[in-house]
Ligand binder design. Structure first.
Ligand SMILES: *Cc1c(COP(=O)(O)O)cnc(C)c1O
Length: 484
């Protein structure tokens, strides 16, 4: 029989008689596991150095190769440790100096520290009651971002689990601003979204989520460097109006996914404003340049945007995932995302109850890992990281330009260096480099050109690492590559 008073007394007795605070805590996070973490981390980091690329397990062999099965009874500790060790050692090493595959990479120790502490503290960011000073941590970051992009004092923002979701939040705000009643009755107006042909796929995907529909997305043409043409934007908006539709949102991209190109925000803002559209700047990839004195000019005009988002897990090298959105219309954040919930929001200060402006209910603390990083190395340290990323891209471009077997396919203001080597098919070269455990790098295309995309986002890399990339690629083509 359940007797609450007795239970309570039992816990209190336990507390006071003999058990130290630390040993009490060890009942749910024990020393054995912490020691194991340390041991696995040491081993993993060593392998990351000596074997920066793991040979992938073919998907068809996965369950034979690793013991991923879930047992009925607890397993012996040694078997558990072995299964865990095998699992992590076979996982692709995304922080190594040979990983150039995606738009994130490397590891900032200060950020990892914050992330580990977030896991330990396990707060949820929805209320001040539960997150306490972590609310301040998030607010301070939002405020600094707003200040650095010249947003007004009253601007506000929040974090979400990735750039696709901060884009979603921007798109919901744009929709609600144009058609406020849609929050109750569903979308009534014929709303249209404009984005460049080179923008991220989350834009059409989100268009379907928010009831506007994929067919209501207009793809604006780009110039030969992959930047949106403001003239085509104007034409397409006018065409929509002639067809009786309502222009709603213009999405500009700072760092397009393939080429790393920057749309001309100033020109786009002028068109967007002329037709009363919400302007969002998707800076998931390279919006982080706002932190840099040297490269901030690439997002010139961002202060005119209604909302701006960037991924701290890309240019800031923070741990995955960490995406931030800010807006000049804090009321729209509330209007679109607040819902009354008396069981949750029980304190008075709404401003500190971040759940009122977020997409989710429970939300993990993604702010601490940015705060620890920023606090430790300062804005200038972050700015130096951005300079380093562009420097590494310059090293790669110089190499490509000075070696006749290579062709460069994109612009100088990018941390994605797109190139081809001899007449080799980029797709088959990239997959063989991965299969043989040599390099993790990806390929892409623009217009009719197909190329390898080397991403120099890992600020922990050196010029030697970039040159080693080309050395490894060339050696592989000479000795290991099997032409298709
Ligand atoms: C990476 C990226 C996104 C998506 O971000 P996730 O965090 O992967 O969801 C959106 N837009 C651009 C331009 C990106 O490069």
């Amino acid at each position: 029989m359940y007797r609450p008073n007795v239970m309570k007394k039992h816990i209190c007795n336990d507390w006071f008689t003999g058990l130290s605070f630390a040993s009490y805590m060890r009942r749910d996070l024990n020393k054995e596991d912490l020691d194991l973490f340390r041991e696995l981390a040491d081993a993993y980091l060593q392998y990351e150095q000596s074997e920066p690329v793991v040979r992938p397990i073919a998907p068809a062999d996965l369950y034979q190769h690793l013991d991923l099965s879930l047992p009925e009874e607890s397993v012996e500790r040694s078997l558990f440790v072995k299964a865990l060790r095998d699992l992590i050692m076979h996982t692709p090493r995304t922080s190594s100096r040979r990983f150039f595959n995606q738009l994130f990479g490397g590891r900032k120790s200060e950020s990892v520290l914050g992330e580990l502490l977030s896991v330990l503290l396990n707060n949820s960011m929805y209320t001040y009651k539960v997150a306490g000073p972590m609310v301040g941590v998030e607010k301070v970051i939002i405020r600094e971002v707003c200040r650095l992009i010249d947003y007004p004092e009253y601007a506000d923002g929040t974090f979400a689990a990735g750039g696709s979701l901060t884009n979603l939040m921007a798109m919901i705000m744009a929709r609600d601003a144009k058609d406020p009643d849609c929050r109750h009755r569903g979308v009534q107006a014929d709303l249209v979204i404009y984005t460049s042909a080179e923008s991220h796929y989350s834009i059409p995907k989100n268009a379907s989520f928010i009831g506007i529909g994929r067919h209501q997305v207009r793809y604006i043409s780009v110039d030969n460097k992959g930047r949106m043409l403001a003239s085509d934007l104007r034409e397409q908006i006018e065409r929509s109006i002639e067809e009786g539709m309502r222009p709603c949102l213009v999405n500009a991209t700072s760092g397009t996914t393939v080429l790393g190109a920057f749309d001309p925000i100033d020109e786009i803002a002028e068109v967007s404003q002329a037709y009363g559209c919400w302007l969002h700047v998707d800076g998931a990839y390279c919006g982080g340049v706002f932190i840099s004195d040297e490269y901030r000019h690439l997002i010139q005009g961002v202060s005119k945007a209604d909302s701006f988002s960037f991924n701290a897990h890309k240019m800031m090298n923070a741990s995955l995932v960490c995406s931030i959105i800010v807006t000049k219309h804090p009321n729209q954040l509330y209007d679109s995302f607040a819902n009354e919930a008396n069981y949750l929001f029980q304190t008075e200060v709404d401003e500190m109850n971040l759940g009122k402006i977020s997409l989710q209910c429970g939300r993990r603390n993604d702010a601490l890992k940015v705060w620890t990083l920023w606090k430790a190395i300062g804005r200038k340290g972050l700015s130096d990281m951005v300079s380093k990323q562009f420097y590494l891209a310059d090293v790669a471009r110089d190499y490509v330009r000075n070696h006749p077997d290579y062709t460069l396919h994109n612009d100088d203001t990018s941390v994605s260096v797109c190139f081809s080597y001899k007449d080799i098919d980029p797709e088959s070269l990239c997959s063989q480099l991965n299969e043989q455990g040599i390099l993790l790098v990806s390929h892409g295309s623009f217009r009719d050109q197909h190329f390898i995309r080397l991403v120099t986002i890992n600020a922990g890399n050196s010029a030697e690492d970039i040159l080693a990339f080309f050395g490894a690629l060339e050696a592989f083509v000479s000795h290991g590559y099997l032409p298709k």
